[in-house]
Design a protein around this ligand. Sequence first.
Ligand SMILES: *Cc1c(COP(=O)(O)O)cnc(C)c1O
Length: 393
Amino acid sequence: MRKFKSVNELVNSLKPEYPVYCIRLNEIKKSVKFFKDNFPGKILYAVKTNPNEKVIKQIITSGVNEFDVASLNEIKLINKINSKAKLHFMHTVKCKESISSAYFDYGVKSFSLDTKDELRKILESTNQAKDLELFVRIAISNEHAEIDLSRKFGALPSEALGLVRLCKEHSKKLGISFHVGSQCMHKISYSKGIREIGNVIKKTKIEPDIINIGGGFPSIYPDLSPEPLINYINEIKRELKNLKLSTLPEIICEPGRAIVAESGSTIVKVILRKKNNLYINDGTYGSLFDAGGPNFVLPSKMITNGRIQSKKLTAFSFFGPTCDGLDFMKGPFLLPNNIREGDYIELGQLGAYSLTFRTNFNGFYSNEIHELSDKPIMSLYDNQKDKVGFLVA
Ligand SMILES: *Cc1c(COP(=O)(O)O)cnc(C)c1O
């Protein structure tokens, strides 16, 4: 890993034949600071979003030392980086061996679940431990999210009540959680989730010790420009107040994308141009998964070695380097019309769900990662004050 002042400096000095992944640690500092300054509770970083060691270390240095983990390997990874970090096993479906090792080998006390069977597994695997924090994850609509998680996770209202009663009996601390889905484009999803928790509280007459509003906070993409995050936070605060509980429970959130998306870029090289399709050297089996099936449109910037860039922008689609037809990214990616074979492109907003998705398929794996200190192509944090997401470049 080397450090460069800018994307241009990196490209001109390395002229890389392989895709190069870049991390801007300063952007992580900024996003963590935003959450620490504004969120009315505790922040857990969702490790799966980007488990790169540099990224995790920067998150810890910026003041967040609690993590939402979903596997034994994520637990081992964080434990190795910082053995004092507090870990929360927030996957609702875990194998018994993982639960057991998490509890006995790594001191993990907090577990999430959405069925009675999972509760039974947790109790059996921890020898009926008496010091558990149990989170009942309730199902809520993911209608405003780009990535829907609601079919896979969450207890339906009919099951949630019984589960909350059971978990109250078997836990030291009871939590209720939800997840609005990833890249949630409307703050109302959070108030709906909190109201849903309010219904459970009313019906069970049990007030939880912890309310966990999950992740889902959006980042900014060329075609997905959310309201400022501060509006989301204010909506959450207002709705929590509306619960009118005797004592407000501890509040936690589990952001992933909103913490790291802006910090990552991939620099790719154009291998061939066929009309408005560019064949590039990274793709959906590399760091660009979200640009494939999920069809995220990424901000793109052409980098040339002094050659004049055409002012006319054209909408391009990309093909990745592998032999699979699925290795296609529809875009539209807006780039100068005179782009051609040999040019480089910076693709932004790839700090989340990107680096971690790379495979070795067809031999195109690249592990070149460097640090940058210039600004990302887009940012949601640079002017929260003006209450609009905006383009830096
Ligand atoms: C993935 C995940 C998150 C992070 O979601 P983002 O949309 O990236 O903020 C948080 N909590 C849980 C349980 C998750 O599975």
